[in-house]
Structures are given as C-alpha cells and as structure tokens.
Design a protein. Sequence first.
Length: 249
Amino acid sequence: MTKDGKKSLEFLSNISRDYYHLSIEIDYHLSLAYSLNSSALLSYYYGSKALEHFHKHKLFNRIIDAEIVLCMQLARGDKNEILLSISKLKELLEFSSSDFTKAIILHNIGFSFMKLKNYAEAIKYYDEALKYKKRDTYLYLTSYYAKLFSKILNNDIVTKLEAERGLNISRKVNSKKYEILFQTMLLYIDNDGKLYHFLKSKAFDYFINIKLEDHVDFYGKKLIDYYKSKNNLDKALYIAEKLINAKKM
C-alpha cells in the first residue's frame, strides 16, 4: 500500500512455503509486488495463479482484482497487448460495483492509452478515475499527477496553480515521489533555468532508479537539448548514454 515494491518482496519472500496452502492471497500480493518492481513476467505468473485460486473459491471481487493486475502487465507490452488490456478493463468496469475498483480500472485504462501515446484519451480516463477517489489522498494523487503529465505530453496547458495543488497534496500525504515529480513539473511550467540543475542534481537519477521510463525519456531529452544549446556536448552525450542504458534496464 505504500508502493515500496522492494520491501514488499523482502517480506513476502520470507514467508515459509509451508504456509502458502493456508492463504490464497499470497500469490496475489506477490503479483502486486513484482508489478511495483517492474517485473511484468513474474507479476503475470503470480497473478495467473491468484486468479486460478479465486475462481476455485468463487471469490468474485477478488477475481476482478486479479484480472486488473494481469491487465496492468499487458499494458506494458506491445500495441496489441495494450489494446487487449483496454478491452478487458472496459469489460471489468461493467461488472464493478465499488467506487474503489472503478477508480483503479479507469486509472489503468488511462495508463494504457498513455502507453499508446493517445494522451487525449488518457486524460479523459484519468479525469473519470478522479471522480471516484477521495480528495487529498495518495490514490487521488496518482491519477491527478498522471492527468497533468498527460496534458504536458499532449501539449496542453497545465497551470502553475494545478501543479502547486499537487505539490501540496504530496506533502500532506508524505510522498517523496510525487513531491519530486511536482517540483520538476513546476520548474518545467515556469520555464525556469533551475529545472536543469534540479534534474541533474536530483530528479533525473531518481526517475531512473524508480523506473519512470516516460519521465526519463521526456526530461532526458530536455537535458540533452539544454546541454547542446550550451555547446556542452560531453554532458549531452553523458545524459544520452544514461537515457539509453535506462531503457535497457
């Protein structure tokens, strides 16, 4: 729930294999943890096992939860897999009754459209997800930030007030990740020269470490262009190499 995939796996891996038959939830949580660690294949494997357990015990709501996790992994694949993810998520939306589940599904449809670079559709679904989320919470923040970043990628206007609101929520829920993301966004919106120092000293390596591929790509290119404009080709090449290596991780 704190989105710490590394610690999640550490704890889950320490559970005795003898205990597994007593809990049908462990495979589901392993799937989530591997997803947080960007291990799509292992997440899909454990998600499939969890789905099998939930079907066996006729746990309808948990079946939907497991299907959502599987769709999240498909959304990290090629175009056909992403389109399949969107189709499955829309089907799940029809069977979902709780606001929480609807919010998760709508967010992931938005994420899938974002992967297809269809930012207008992504914005629409993130906006829908926000309607089902409680304001000023971490869950609200995830869709709120994704919506604003999609607007930037779509060359739409994001106001300083919108970004400042996100930064305030980040601090309220004590999220280092979103605090850095919104600080970067604010500098970008202001067209502030401090953006490049902030990226170089803090944000860019952080994006690489937590595997935010779209941010590494977007802000990495901004850094390269900046160093080129300053005729500092060595630093431009250095950032380009980091960008390429990050894509291989």
